[in-house]
Write a protein that binds this ligand. Structure first.
Ligand SMILES: [Zn+2]
Length: 240
């Protein structure tokens, strides 16, 4: 039997029901799991922010980049009348469907959506894997409707220190590493995704500079909803 180091009864904002949050490890960020939906803290934080900032989210045009297939993503897919998602496949043309998976391919650095067509762009721990984040944020701003927003999580590991680039894609396609390569799980690639950015709170200034979109960085600590961990800030960038 695996030992549970922490367990707490509460109310899950994704399940919208009572549940138990338990963890087998001290590192809650990846391990404080909801008994109902298997979500982890950053997903519940994002759901809370969606509920508070966009209580009409079910009626909005929502697109999610690289969903993980659980928690918030499944809930949005169930509840939203107009939810779509995409993954990035390097062997599929952007805008086309993957030949076997049937899932739409989109590259955040060059989206195929028309201008001003999406109310909410959602990404969960994606923006730390982008080689050209300025291009990606500009593309997201382009496709958002006025009044829309990009709601996302990304580990702001540098906190109050300046953001740092971890890796750069060179013109010949090779990758230059400034730090020891680090990979996170990728729902569509067993090799994982390279972390390209150590973001800090200055991500809000970065987005403002690149896109003109003001952002808020929201940090929630609410164990009654299983929202407690390091690096679970939610960023909301507003398209005016
Ligand atoms: Zn849940």
């Amino acid at each position: 039997m695996t030992e549970i180091v922490f367990s707490q009864e509460g109310y899950c904002p994704i399940c919208d029901a009572p549940s138990t949050f338990s963890s087998q490890y001290e590192w809650f960020r990846d391990h404080l799991v909801c008994s109902g939906c298997a979500s982890i803290p950053r997903e519940r934080a994002l759901m809370r922010v969606l509920q508070e900032f966009f209580p009409n989210y079910r009626d909005l045009v929502v697109h999610e980049s690289s969903p993980g297939g659980r928690g918030v993503s499944l809930k949005l897919g169930r509840e939203c009348r107009n939810y779509s998602y995409s993954h990035y496949f390097d062997d599929v043309a952007p805008g086309a469907l993957h030949p076997t998976r049937g899932e739409r391919c989109e590259n955040l650095e060059g989206l195929t959506f028309a201008d001003s067509t999406i109310d909410l762009m959602i990404s969960q721990d994606v923006m730390e894997h982008i080689f050209e984040p300025a291009a990606a944020f500009r593309e997201i701003a382009r496709v958002l409707k006025p009044g829309g927003a990009h709601v996302f999580t990304a580990p702001l590991v540098n906190k109050a220190k300046p953001s740092q680039r971890r890796a750069q894609r060179l013109n010949d396609g090779s990758i230059r590493h400034f730090f020891e390569p680090e990979y996170h799980g990728n729902p569509v690639d067993p090799e994982g995704s390279l972390v390209t950015m150590n973001w800090g709170y200055d991500i809000a200034s970065f987005i403002l500079t690149e896109t003109g979109m003001p952002s808020v960085v929201i940090q929630i600590d609410d164990i009654s909803s299983g929202i407690r961990a390091e690096y679970i800030e939610v960023v909301v960038s507003f398209k005016h």
